[in-house]
Design a protein around this ligand. Sequence first.
Ligand code: SF4
Ligand code: SF4
Length: 426
Amino acid sequence: MVKKRKLSEIRKKISNNEATVLTVQELVDQLKDGENVQFEDVDVVTTATKGLMSGIAGIFSFRLTIPKDVRKFVEITLNGINSFPGPCPNEYLGVVDLILYGTGHSATIEGYSGGMLFRDLVEGKNIEVVAKSIEGKIIRREMTLHDMQFARLIGTRQGIKNYYAMINPTIEPINTIFSVLPFEPNNSQITFSGCGALNPFQNDPNFEIFGIGMPVLVNGNIGHLIGPGTRNYVLKPNMMTIADFKGMKPEYMGSFKTSYGSEPICSIAAPIPILNENIFHNIIKSDLDVPLTVLNIVGREKLGEITYGDVWDDNFLVQFDSTKCTKCDECKIEKYCPTSCFTPQNGIDKSRCFNCGTCVAKCPEEAFKCDLKSIKIQGKKVPIILRQSDRFGAIKLANELKLKILKGEFILEKPTGKLEFAKEVK
Ligand code: SF4
Ligand code: SF4
């Protein structure tokens, strides 16, 4: 007979300080150490992912003028990034509603993007709002997140069930969002995305736990899963979420420069109450159990199949050894670090570092430490030069969720509806 427990029993154990909550990483590590962890030993596991999520946007509402001053606003920029005023016109109210894409770029600040704006707001920084009314009146205002009556992050496509590794078999370097520098040809480099064993959907393959209305952590704040995201597919599910910017943590957000533009960074953590043995058996026990397909960057045909165990193995953190740094005339890492978090003088700003490995691959003096690994593809050993998911950051977020659950700050709730994913790709 399949062993079961009710959500109410788990919640009671949590309030009596008797529950065992583990991050998937802790479970993976315990099993690796030879511990015999069973259904009885764990009540909840926490999953997480931190990666580049282009499908995010901010929905904002704030006052710009007194009522009746203008009819409505038709153009609004935030730090030079174009937004979409509306959908509500808010006629004669002096208040604007707007949507701004995380992938938006500033026309006034070089290299500045929506992902950076979202982080700046969460950090409490002043931003500049420029708005034009339908009558042609221009209003300029400085404001902070605190001045906004409404500020939510909506994800249209997040937390994809892991992703792919990419390789360039052509004879030309290619600028792509899958590489920080031009992606070198002739199968000479690999990049990959996905947090492997820690990924939320990877641990709930039959959608028994995740559902509409379920609370999740978005960038460290409690938000909600609101449904399947765009381009969803039952074998590659993803989620839509909504969460208040107020209460998010900057370290889980930001922007990542690639050779084909900036991509926003976003982080999601989701709990899995272990309601029965089947759910426990579906929790990933090793990265070796999670497939990772290697695709041709051009055309996306499959060129190989490996596992996340080939790319993630206690190699999550990138560290800088200042004693090896020779303070080159032009530091390549200061120039190319995709989150601009490094200077030879100050080292790595850990609140911005994505642990991507670019510095490990690029520093001529090997001043950065991390085993990025290499993969055998078509008989050739190919070095990994970039991780486009921050497993270290995801582990941290999964741990934050664990602590919130144990402290009673995050209440496990049943979803209000099931997630239905497309059965085929159209
Ligand atoms: S490239 Fe490496 S060795 Fe040179 S300044 Fe930068 S970190 Fe130091
Ligand atoms: S791992 Fe290196 S290159 Fe990547 S974000 Fe951190 S310091 Fe920058």
